[in-house]
Design a protein around this ligand. Structure first.
Ligand SMILES: [Mg+2]
Length: 317
């Protein structure tokens, strides 16, 4: 058995295994199941009604894929320029709920990207607000979060109030303090439902790490005994939001990112094509350890063949 053959076999075996169980996965509650059903029906209807797009949509992660903190990844700039020049649709898909889409666009345009627009972004706050709206269990919300969280709630028609809210949303908020956490706790104990935008445990920053929003959500789960629905990467609701936003089905999307456990796992677990780029947190030696298998791996986005990746059939390559 030559090496290539044995590699192909082991890859196939890995692919056939059920997705590695995430420790939080069995906590998915009925809220999530109900919304997933609603979304699937909605998506099927959309797909039947619309014609197939000409090219697949590239869904790029941000941190570690397009930039690191305030430093752009130059290959990311070239990738976006290439997509735009060749009319390959793209959007940015991020677990970070802190910035509004406009703030995200400004952030990227300041660091050397050009003509990035607010409508190019889907974040976990948008996914959380959309997810909860579809539950039809009330529109009164209180939140811990910054501008991105607030705008997402207002855009989905939520009233932000601390007077018996139906939901307490927890998004990344670097200014929140003990008093604010205690207020959220009181509202949750009074009957509001807990909704965390994302479960990222830690956040990378230059030279180290910060507390991720998932760690704060876990604190509220511990304090209240409630479980938050799972919304952001690697869980399906954020993908459903992005597909609905782009007006496409999952066959016409490609997920691109640097994190095997979030960006690539989202595609691997949900049957969406993935491109793994080694410009951020993970490298190809992590693939086997994590049992998350990308469809393609590149060291830099400069190596990616976007014309081929976006081709829907052989006639338009
Ligand atoms: Mg990333």
């Amino acid at each position: 058995m030559n090496f290539l053959f044995s590699f192909t076999i082991s890859r196939r075996i890995l692919k056939q295994q059920p997705p590695a169980k995430k420790d939080r996965k069995d906590t998915v509650n009925t809220m999530e199941e109900k919304t997933e059903m609603t979304e699937k029906t909605e998506m099927n209807n959309t797909n039947e009604a619309s014609a197939r797009p000409r090219r697949k949509t590239m869904m790029f992660d941000l941190d570690g894929t397009m930039y690191r903190g305030t430093q752009p990844i130059e290959a990311g700039i070239r990738a976006i320029e290439f997509c735009r020049a060749h009319e390959i649709p793209y959007l940015f898909l991020t677990n970070n709920s802190m910035r509004t889409p406009q703030e995200n666009a400004d952030h990227m345009n300041r660091m050397g990207y050009t003509d990035i627009r607010a409508e190019d972004f889907v974040n976990s706050a948008m996914a959380a607000a959309r997810y909860v709206k579809h539950l039809n269990q009330g529109n009164r919300a209180w939140m811990i979060g910054q501008d991105g969280m607030k705008q997402a709630l207002l855009d989905e028609g939520f009233e932000i109030t601390d007077d018996h809210p139906d939901f307490v949303f927890i998004g990344l908020d670097k200014t929140a303090d003990y008093a604010k956490y205690s207020k959220a706790l009181a509202l949750l104990l009074d009957g509001a439902k807990l909704v965390g935008t994302n479960m990222d445990r830690i956040l990378a920053k230059p030279g180290g790490f910060e507390v991720g929003n998932g760690s704060v959500v876990a604190m509220f789960e511990y304090a209240t005994g409630q479980k938050s629905p799972q919304i952001a990467k690697p869980y399906a609701p954020i993908l459903e939001t992005a597909l609905a936003y782009a007006g496409i089905s999952k066959e016409d999307a490609v997920l691109i990112g640097d994190n095997l456990e979030t960006d690539i796992a989202l595609g691997y677990n949900n049957g969406v094509r993935t491109l793994f780029v080694e410009s951020g947190v993970h490298h190809r030696e992590d693939i086997e350890r994590l049992e998350v298998i990308p469809d393609e791996t590149v060291a830099s986005l400069d190596e990616a063949d976007f014309l081929r990746l976006s081709a829907i059939d052989q006639t338009i390559v």
